[in-house]
Design a protein around this ligand. Structure first.
Ligand code: 2AM
Length: 180
């Protein structure tokens, strides 16, 4: 079985901005630069056959390129663990892209978790004891004005994720470029 997900990759300037942000947060485990991404659809553990069906579904998408921006910080998941993530400025084209991808995947009988799409870029993972509620609330307040971008959305990527070890390793299996 293969753990896989579809995601947007980030330009170097945005990765630099996130690294500076990570450097300003004195707790949590920073997501390494090469793992930073915006998940569009998480497939979970799938067979080779399902992965192939997902690949064909993604290859059939043909949206117009657009650009998005990161905006603010949020805590996702359940305290005292969870993650700190950069939010995404609301964008109808991003919502439409995620919806179109999910709908093609459903059509190809690729099962997805029933979670709602909540665009974000995870920047830090928290372990219980890393930060108290008040510390977290202060952090989110202090970085509410965090902005990064633009992130040109000129395609999407299919990644394989290898777990084990301190951090996961992500391998890009395919890239689907949008035609301008
Ligand atoms: P994250 O960005 O919020 O950490 C690889 O594991 C990617 O898939 C990560 O980006 C992770 O989201 C996302 N992911 C992992 N488990 C998930 C789940 N159960 N539902 C949705 N996304 C998940």
């Amino acid at each position: 079985m293969i753990r896989a997900f579809f995601a947007l990759t980030l330009p170097d300037e945005v990765i630099d901005q996130i690294e500076r942000l990570q450097g300003a947060i004195p707790f949590g485990r920073a997501v390494p630069a090469e793992n930073l991404h915006l998940t569009l659809a998480f497939l979970g553990e799938v067979s080779d056959q399902t992965l192939e069906a997902a690949h064909e579904a993604a290859a059939s998408l043909a949206p117009e390129p657009f650009a998005i921006e990161l905006s603010g910080l949020q805590h996702l998941g359940r305290a005292p663990g969870g993650v700190i993530a950069a939010g995404v400025a609301p964008d109808a084209r991003l919502e439409a892209l995620a919806r179109a991808l999910r709908s093609r995947l459903n059509g190809a009988r690729v099962q997805l978790p029933r979670e709602r799409f909540r665009p974000h870029v995870t920047v830090l993972r928290l372990r219980p004891g890393d930060a108290e509620d008040a510390t977290l609330a202060r952090l989110l307040g202090r970085h509410a004005t965090f902005r990064a971008g633009p992130i040109p959305v000129t395609g999407l990527s299919l990644f394989r994720s290898y777990l084990g070890g301190e951090t996961a390793r992500h391998e890009e299996l395919a890239r689907y470029a949008f035609d301008p």
